[in-house]
Design a protein around this ligand. Structure first.
Ligand code: HGY
Ligand code: MN
Ligand code: MN
Ligand code: MN
Length: 410
């Protein structure tokens, strides 16, 4: 279906070759030489460079770029009067020392899919919009999918504006303006959203398939637990006199792990802050962040409640105080079943649910949404060990092009 020839001045003659060329343009941006992972945070210098790259790619292709006033970018191919657009894309930002593919693969693949359609002489009956969502990981301001939540109205601009990073910089300051918030005018102009993403487990390896179609996202959320005790001298304070929040914290981590295992759910404490953070001082306060996920909302609620109860009981014994605060919550997401079935049949691809969150999960409540996953041989993600072969990435581009051709055919 697609003509294998030079595109956008590219000498590469295959989709895999064109993928590698474009991929190499962004590969060094935000890469940490020590770990090989990426430090790409919303509005930080590397992410700013990626935004600039996005604009250049759009310009090269004659695609006008707009933003939604929330930090999300959109590049359009096709006549805006032709009808509601098919949106495709993902995010540039990473977790600390994250992998190369989580996010950027969906944006690079989207531009390449547009190239393939053009090379095949396809004139879409409705526009294709390539999107880049801001702060998907929540690594800087704490709330994941911040850009898509703002766009759809799932989060108020007031709440987003006041979120602060570790240095006290607010989201509004980083954005350079008060966020615009919900843009129903833009959302209503999307006929469908298809996000391509690297798979974040080994399900595609097990299925021996390069591309898959997502069916659902597990409900998940983030809870901050602040444990307060009494800061004191590590040498002179008798063990019986201590009110040590580190003990309550450690117990809570173990309890979360146990309660998750009991329910077939997932619980992680991957971030902790200790004050004053000195080897020879009993901490005054320990703050941990619990990431919890389960296949059903009731299971997730039970898990969090069990952790809350056990931690509170432990705090009583430790003479500390603990407060659990929900920072973000995402209910069960079922992607558009008809669309998913249609795409799985079109691509002859397996279907699978995921426990990872995505902007597609937020958009799914407003726009018929689907996700394509590209195989990850290591199955590792949120780590420098995340991987995907060029051949599978090329298969992802071709699959996305076929999906876009199908969805823009009328
Ligand atoms: O954390 C997540 O589930 C996603 O990778 N943002
Ligand atoms: Mn991620
Ligand atoms: Mn992602
Ligand atoms: Mn509409």
């Amino acid at each position: 279906m697609f003509i294998e020839n030079a595109l956008q001045g590219s000498p590469a003659t295959t989709t895999a070759g064109r993928f590698r060329e474009l991929w190499d343009e962004i590969a060094p941006i935000g890469r940490d030489a020590r770990t090989g992972g990426y430090l790409r945070y919303a509005f930080g210098e590397p992410e700013r460079q990626l935004r600039e790259w996005f604009r250049q790619q759009a310009e090269r292709r004659g695609m006008p770029v707009s933003d939604d006033g929330n930090g999300n970018l959109f590049a359009r191919w096709g006549d805006p009067e032709a009808g509601d657009a098919v949106l495709t894309g993902s995010h540039f930002d990473s977790v600390p020392h994250g992998g190369a593919y989580d996010g950027p693969l969906g944006i690079v693949s989207a531009f390449l899919a547009v190239d393939e359609l053009r090379a095949a002489g396809v004139t879409p009956a409705r526009p294709v919009v390539v999107g880049a969502f801001v702060e998907e990981e929540g690594a800087r301001f704490g709330v994941p999918c911040l850009g898509s939540r703002l766009l759809t109205g799932a989060l108020t601009p007031e709440r987003a504006a006041g979120l602060r990073d570790a240095d006290g910089v607010s989201f509004a300051e980083a954005l350079g303006d008060r966020p615009a918030g919900a843009r129903p005018d833009l959302v209503a102009g999307f006929a469908a959203f298809v996000e391509l993403h690297v798979e974040q487990g080994r399900a595609m390896v097990d299925r021996d398939a390069s591309v898959g179609v997502a069916t659902a996202i597990w409900p998940h959320g983030r809870w901050r637990f602040d444990v307060t005790g009494e800061g004191n001298h590590a040498g002179t304070t008798r063990m019986a006199d201590r009110r040590d929040p580190m003990l309550t914290y450690a117990f809570t981590v173990l309890a979360a792990n146990k309660e998750a295992r009991l329910r077939g759910a997932h619980a992680t404490v991957g971030r902790v802050r200790v004050e004053p953070n000195a080897t020879n001082a009993i901490p005054a306060r320990v703050t941990g962040w619990l990431d919890a996920r389960a296949a059903e909302e009731s299971t997730l609620a039970e898990l969090v409640e069990a952790v809350r109860a056990k931690a509170a009981e432990r705090a009583r014994r430790d003479g500390t105080e603990i407060a659990l605060t929900e920072e973000s919550a995402t209910p069960l997401v079922g992607f558009d079943a008809d669309l998913g079935r249609r795409l799985a049949a079109l691509l002859d691809a397996p279907t699978l649910p995921t426990a990872a969150g995505h902007d597609a999960g937020v958009l799914a409540g407003h726009v018929p949404t689907a996700m394509l996953f590209v195989r990850n041989p290591t199955g590792v993600s949120h780590s420098p060990a995340e991987s995907a072969t060029d051949a599978d990435c090329a298969a992802g581009v071709t699959a996305l092009a076929r999906v876009l051709a199908e969805l823009t055919s009328r």
